[in-house]
Design a protein around this ligand. Sequence first.
Ligand SMILES: [Zn+2]
Length: 284
Amino acid sequence: MGTQLMLAGLEQGNCGEAWNLTHPERVLAIQRRYAEAGSDCILTNTFGASRIMLHRHANEGQTVAINRAGVEIVRQAFDGKPGYIIGDIGPFGGLLEPYGDFSEAVVREAFQEQAQALVDGGADAILIETQTSLEELLLGLEAARQAGANCVIGSMAYDVTLDGSTFRTMMGVDPERAARFMEEHGADIVALNCGTGMDMERARQAVVRYKQATALPVMVQPNAGQPKLVNMKVVYDETPEQMVRGVRPLLEAGANLIGACCGSTPEHIRAFRAAMDAYENQTL
Ligand SMILES: [Zn+2]
């Protein structure tokens, strides 16, 4: 979504979530392209729409309105076709005490407010994504549960280690620990998204490790390759043709939901959709 908002004219550092209220037609145009590309699930444009994140842009007074509008825009994008609205909650953007300045109570309250607005607006599921610490993940999972979400998804961002031998989150969490933790704390789906060095093959390895640790469904959203700096802009250059080669191995490893994160486009999703349909038809 961030990549698409930039293409639609959002400037680096500005508040893309506020566009749900100020430029809903532009957000809708993006979401429609995903619906047309064959997405069954579309994330709301609310990654940074917790009160704490919105405060950076002095938009915290519109927290509820921004989240509810994000749900409504996805509903319009599906235009009556069957599809799931995934209410998206990203990190609150800081560190919890004792490492940082944010008390658990403040973050809990912010996640609860956002999750409630998304559920009240009609989100089918709540996604707590790009998480690196189990403490913050837990606050998000509990907020989603308390809001009455029908489905709660926990999604971790892993980084490949310097020696390339494995991957874990910035806060040192590995996939097995994350999966067991999520299952213990009431998640319905365990997921990964974004991260560093996490290409389709690494995502496949994570699926295998998740499946060994939990019987819950698994969702993956890798980035479209690694970020490169070109003309002072961050670009992701893995094409749909390159990325789609990883879809079948992901399905064979047992992935239940497949999407993509930074740098991906509706064309990536269109390619994924075709590969997933082909796989399904072949294995029926
Ligand atoms: Zn990403």
